[in-house]
Design a protein around this ligand. Structure first.
Ligand SMILES: NC(=O)C1=CN([C@@H]2O[C@H](COP(=O)(O)OP(=O)(O)OC[C@H]3O[C@@H](n4cnc5c(N)ncnc54)[C@H](O)[C@@H]3O)[C@@H](O)[C@H]2O)C=CC1
Ligand SMILES: NCC(=O)COP(=O)(O)O
Length: 327
């Protein structure tokens, strides 16, 4: 059976529309439904000098594999015309509407999962909407208390205990309860969506040298180690807390199925150094499958034809694998 996935084209001034058009130049084994304004797609294709035929999505029809040179679009109308590479606060509600249509469609099983192109968090906030990322938006829309951000290449998975919050708030956000919730979701979803029978997870400490026995911070002794012991008692295979600077070395990574970093810039620079452009961002713990690119809106590249579609293709591949595993 052909799997249908929705792709949100993201910030209209950024590279999201370019990437959707670029990947539609080739055929796919699945049906890709791009959620965007069809006029934006036509405008950007003309700027990129790429031929594309827009077909409007019709969910009364069964999924059909995407063919080269055709793009299936589920229409959402822009509020204002788009000047490529230039953010416009007037289109922030449009961006959020594409996300809403995508996630509601997944909940309604119109498609098997969602793949998101990048949005610009700043311009959405400039519109007076409090928005820290797709991850938190989908969490709140789906009404779940916790989700986990995990970025992955084919040989490295980096999950995060905290996501988009100021560094000064990170230590307070790392509580035993959060560690329990996040690690349980990670352990469970590695089994459910990635076919890992008994996940082995490496957990980073928060402080340099994992706290140096309390001399460089007490979070490891007071919070992380006790939480890990409680989770091990549930049968989870966890190693840590390990000093984060040496966790990402071959000696530790060998035999590990995932790593758990305490905060965004502890784990993601390692992942991006290892595989920027061929990694996917996955939200675990949602009632729907959601993957995304590993990069942002790259306004400097929109309309130039220089944006690399590798991560979007990886995100599609990962969503298809997750859908296949979760039968
Ligand atoms: N999934 C999402 O919605 C994400 C959104 N963002 C948002 O994107 C905006 C811009 O963020 P930045 O930190 O500037 O990161 P960015 O990823 O947009 O750009 C960083 C650098 O990488 C390059 N780059 C990014 N994607 C590329 C691609 N596909 N091909 C070739 N080069 C590429 C850019 O040209 C730039 O030099 C922010 O508002 C941020 O919040 C950032 C990451 C993920
Ligand atoms: N660094 C990852 C990122 O910012 C993407 O966040 P999200 O929009 O997928 O929540």
């Amino acid at each position: 059976m052909t799997i249908r996935l929705a792709i949100t084209a993201g910030e209209p001034a950024g590279i999201g529309p370019d990437l959707c058009i670029q990947i539609a130049q080739q055929a796919h084994d699945c049906e890709l439904v791009v959620i965007a304004d069809p006029q934006l797609i036509e405008q950007r294709a003309a700027e990129l000098e790429l031929n594309i035929t827009v077909r409007l999505f019709d969910d009364t029809q069964p999924a059909q594999a995407s063919t080269a040179g055709e793009i299936c679009v589920c229409p959402v109308t822009l509020a204002a015309s788009v000047s490529t590479g230039k953010l416009n606060v007037e289109n922030s509600h449009y961006v959020l509407e594409t996300l809403r249509v995508a996630v509601q469609g997944a909940l309604d099983m119109r498609w098997a999962g969602i793949v998101t192109a990048p949005v610009h968090k700043g311009i959405i906030n400039d519109a007076g909407i409090s928005f820290s990322g797709h991850t938190e938006y989908f969490r709140d829309y789906c009404g779940v208390t916790e989700v986990v951000m995990m970025l992955a290449t084919s040989d490295l998975r980096v999950a995060l205990v905290t996501t988009h919050l100021p560094l000064r708030d990170v230590a307070d956000a790392i509580t035993r309860e959060r560690l329990h919730r996040v690690t349980r979701i990670l352990n469970n979803d590695l089994k459910t969506f990635f076919g890992v029978a008994e996940p082995h997870i490496l957990v980073a400490g928060l402080n340099p040298h994992a706290g140096e026995d309390g001399h460089l911070g007490r979070e490891e002794l007071d919070t992380i180690s006790p939480a890990l012991d409680e989770l091990r008692a549930e049968g989870m295979k966890l190693t840590g807390p390990l000093p984060a600077d040496t966790l990402y070395t071959p000696k530790h990574l060998q035999g590990a199925d995932a790593t758990l970093a305490m905060y965004h810039d502890q784990g993601l620079p390692v992942l991006k150094f290892h595989g920027f452009g061929r990694a996917a961002n996955i939200t675990l713990g949602l009632p729907v499958i959601r993957t995304s690119v590993d990069h942002g809106t790259a306004l400097d590249l929109a309309g130039t034809g220089k944006a690399d579609s590798g991560s979007l293709l990886t995100a599609i591949e990962v969503a298809l694998q997750m859908a296949a595993n979760h039968v």
